[in-house]
Design a binder for this molecule. Structure first.
Ligand SMILES: Nc1ncnc2c1ncn2[C@@H]1O[C@H](COP(=O)(O)OP(=O)(O)O)[C@@H](O)[C@H]1O
Length: 178
């Protein structure tokens, strides 16, 4: 059984991947199934102004990683969080018991991001990010190998299967004896 490296009573799970791979959908279903708290970092950055302005070229907020980590610190120490973000190298390694990297077939992802209104460099940058498995590499470099899992997220069946697998993992997780 998976064990925590801290005194947390509930595990913390990071759900990462290129935009459009299904992080928010998967995390919200998982939160419903496990009663863990879904933390959408993108929304948090907007709601609490945890950024240094707007990047016109990339068409997104310039996230302030220190402010985000300060904001999350207490919650993460307590445990019981599903953190949803398209980046993973700036969170402290000790926060997470499981790091899930969602991956989607390129043409499927292209359609999803086009539907979301992504065009030009924003669209091609994200597709390239998926082709080169940037988030999987980032996760492998930032966390112990044993806690990183890559899951396909092409279809609704994949989402259902991933949520079921992760729900089982959460239920079987037990805190490290004090
Ligand atoms: N595995 C999947 N199968 C079918 N549709 C999906 C899947 N994953 C995501 N989607 C759809 O793609 C869009 C983006 O999903 P979302 O969860 O917002 O992705 P992310 O949080 O990674 O940006 C949504 O419309 C969602 O319903």
């Amino acid at each position: 059984m998976a064990q925590s490296s801290s005194g947390r009573k509930k595990p913390n799970v990071l759900v990462t991947g290129t935009p459009g791979t299904g992080k928010t959908t998967t995390s919200s279903f998982l939160a419903e199934a496990t009663q863990l708290r879904h933390v959408n970092v993108g929304d948090l950055v907007k709601d609490k102004n945890l950024h240094d302005g707007w990047d016109e070229q990339l068409d997104c907020h310039v996230i302030n990683e220190d402010l985000v980590c300060d904001e999350l610190e207490d919650m993460m120490e307590e445990g019981g969080n599903i953190v949803d973000y398209h980046g993973c190298d700036f969170f402290p390694e000790r926060w997470f018991d499981r790091v899930v990297v969602l991956q989607t077939e390129n043409s499927v992802l292209y359609d999803r991001l086009s539907k979301r209104g992504y065009t030009g460099a924003k669209l091609t940058n994200n597709i390239e990010c998926e082709i080169f498995q940037v988030l999987l590499e980032e996760a492998k470099e930032s966390y112990p190998e044993g806690i990183v899992v890559a899951l396909r997220s092409d279809t609704i069946d994949d989402i259902n299967r991933n949520v079921a697998t992760l729900t089982d993992w959460v239920r079987n997780w037990c805190p490290k004896p004090e």
